[in-house]
Design a protein around this ligand. Structure first.
Ligand SMILES: Cc1cc2nc3c(=O)[nH]c(=O)nc-3n(C[C@H](O)[C@H](O)[C@H](O)COP(=O)(O)OP(=O)(O)OC[C@H]3O[C@@H](n4cnc5c(N)ncnc54)[C@H](O)[C@@H]3O)c2cc1C
Length: 507
């Protein structure tokens, strides 16, 4: 029998992409070490305790849990045995400035259509039904070539036998907004569909129509919560890494990737020590990988650097963490969206003017989870509004007074919608894009790296297999994109691309 050939793998960053790749690779027999710049794991995915309240400071909605269920099954004990993962019903309570609202049901088109019918009538419900049929077809066509596998180039897709039909279904020349205008002659539903562009940090007027698949995925595979907060998932993935033999070094920033004759051969840490490696998996943002960790001119990187320069930075987020006493007012649904009157003003502010949005869409996450508070009469809300990224080409979020005043304006707007906050507020903390840049090494505090603005965005995103031999990119700024499910998929794609120790050819 052939002996397995174990390769030494260095992973840069303990975000979800880095850790899911690390555990799969260690499980398949390789020697894997993760170097993480911060003092903890999870990257943007964190549940933080402040006094008596636990807050999800990053993700608060888990969709497509099958990605993580598969990860746990393939690396050891299943997820269901490790934590309580529960469906969130309704998945969203959407509220509009005309006083109407609609609650989308979890995993049930039937119930969602009924809810739309009750709020806006039969005809409007029919619009959503037809749009979802098209979104379902888009998902069928796009999931395997665009999401679940490595995306190498548009040319690689030309070989598909169903090419013409697939292109007509996806309509790559259409923006999500154009698609929404065609499919949904009702403004409430258009706002709901537009919002899915922000799941990839994008502007619906420029993001491709195929992002309508997110509406389908959320409905078909459900919206989920993990008891104790979504940060529990990061904790479990890290524990799984440790269980399968991954080594972790925290407070260990990688400052350079060593490349010799076009091949990645190791990394240099901030303290100057050099670590050699046969393969490097970079979970840092692609902007950092290609413009900071790899120094100097490199012919092979011209295209990827050009793409990064041309891409729009994704939306960032301004978060309020509100610790509240319960009162007599009805408990909010787990996810509530307060739409503004003028949604386009939000995208103009973020992408054109690079200014905080005067009247933003307000997302309130109010989990009904006794493991996230120290006493049953309390509740913890994470409130998120979209924001321009931090920095010289974005908005300067380092002004603390501005941030405090802006937080008060958001609370004013929540209260103006009939939801009480101040009279029961125990704690208020703020997280700006500048804070996320610091805590998770996210350039500009952007949530998803680059946005999906533009028809070619998917092809311009960093590929999992870098042009530099033995260097791989994983995580939200690499293919297939941001958000917990896609990042978990990128971990799998990269682990498959490297292959198991048993399949490695000895040098
Ligand atoms: C406010 C907010 C809300 C969100 N909401 C949701 C949601 O509801 N649902 C959802 O699915 N997704 C959501 N997301 C997106 C989701 O969090 C991310 O897409 C995902 O967690 C990114 O994972 P990643 O693998 O790209 O790693 P990241 O989380 O980006 O982590 C990268 C890691 O690499 C480390 N690193 C970087 N550079 C170096 C270096 N040079 N040396 C060593 N280490 C380095 C960083 O410190 C970090 O720990 C949200 C994100 C934010 C910020």
């Amino acid at each position: 029998m052939e002996r397995p050939h174990i390769v030494k793998i260095v992973v840069i960053g303990a975000g979800m992409g880095g850790m899911t790749a690390a555990a799969r690779l260690a499980r398949s027999g390789h020697s894997v070490t993760v170097y993480e710049a911060s003092d903890t794991y999870g990257g943007k995915l964190r549940t933080e305790w402040i006094g008596k309240f636990a807050f999800d400071t990053g993700p608060s909605l888990l969709t497509l849990p099958a990605v993580y269920k598969d990860f746990f099954i393939r690396t050891g004990k299943p997820l269901g045995l490790l934590c309580e993962i529960t469906p969130v019903n309704p998945s969203f309570d959407y509220r509009f400035t005309d006083g109407t609202s609609v609650k989308f049901a979890n995993s049930s088109r039937h119930h969602t259509l009924n809810a739309i019918r009750e709020s806006y009538g039969d005809e409007v419900s029919g619009y959503w039904e037809n749009m979802m049929k098209r979104a379902t077809r888009m998902w069928d066509v796009s999931r395997e070539p665009f999401i679940e596998s490595e995306l190498r180039s548009p040319l690689s897709l030309l070989k598909r036998r169903s090419l013409v039909r697939d292109i007509l279904t996806i309509a790559p020349w259409k923006s999500l907004r154009t698609f929404a205008n065609e499919q949904l002659p009702d403004q409430h539903l258009r706002f709901i569909l537009d919002r899915y562009a922000t799941y990839s940090g994008s502007d619906p007027r420029r993001a491709p129509a195929v992002l309508a698949t997110i509406a389908y995925v959320e409905e078909a595979f459900g919206a989920w919560h993990i008891k104790g907060g979504l940060g529990t998932l990061a904790q479990l993935v890290q524990q799984r890494c440790v269980d399968v033999g991954v080594n972790f070094h925290f407070n260990s920033r990688v400052k350079q990737i060593i490349i010799k004759k076009g091949v990645a051969e190791g990394v240099v840490l901030a303290d100057g020590s050099e670590i050699t490696a046969d393969r490097i998996v970079a979970n840092a943002d692609a902007e950092l990988i290609y413009n900071q960790l790899i120094l100097g001119e490199n012919r092979k990187l011209r295209k990827v650097r050009k793409n990064l320069k041309a891409a729009d930075t994704s939306i960032a987020g301004f978060t309020l963490l509100l610790g509240l006493r319960k009162n007599e007012s009805p408990k909010l649904s787990h996810h509530t969206i307060l739409f503004p009157e003028d949604y386009d003003a939000e995208f103009n502010s973020i992408f054109n003017d690079k200014k905080p949005v005067e009247k933003p869409t307000i997302y309130i996450c109010s989990p009904d989870d006794d493991a996230m508070v120290k006493s049953p009469d309390l509740e913890s809300w994470s409130v998120l509004v979209n924001a321009p990224f931090h920095g010289v080409n974005g908005f300067d979020w380092s002004d603390e007074k501005f941030a405090r005043d802006y937080a008060q304006k958001i609370i004013d707007q929540i209260e103006a919608r009939g939801i009480s906050v101040r009279d029961r507020l125990e704690t208020l903390s703020i997280r700006t894009p500048a804070d996320l840049e610091l805590s998770a090494n996210a350039p500009g505090g952007s949530i998803y790296g680059t946005s999906s603005n533009g028809a070619k965005a998917a092809f311009m995103r960093a590929k999992n297999r870098s042009p530099i031999k033995n260097l791989y990119c994983v995580g939200g700024s690499a293919h297939p994109g941001g958000g917990l499910p896609l990042v978990g998929m990128s971990g799998e794609i990269v682990a498959n691309a490297i292959g198991s120790a048993r399949n490695e050819q000895p040098k």
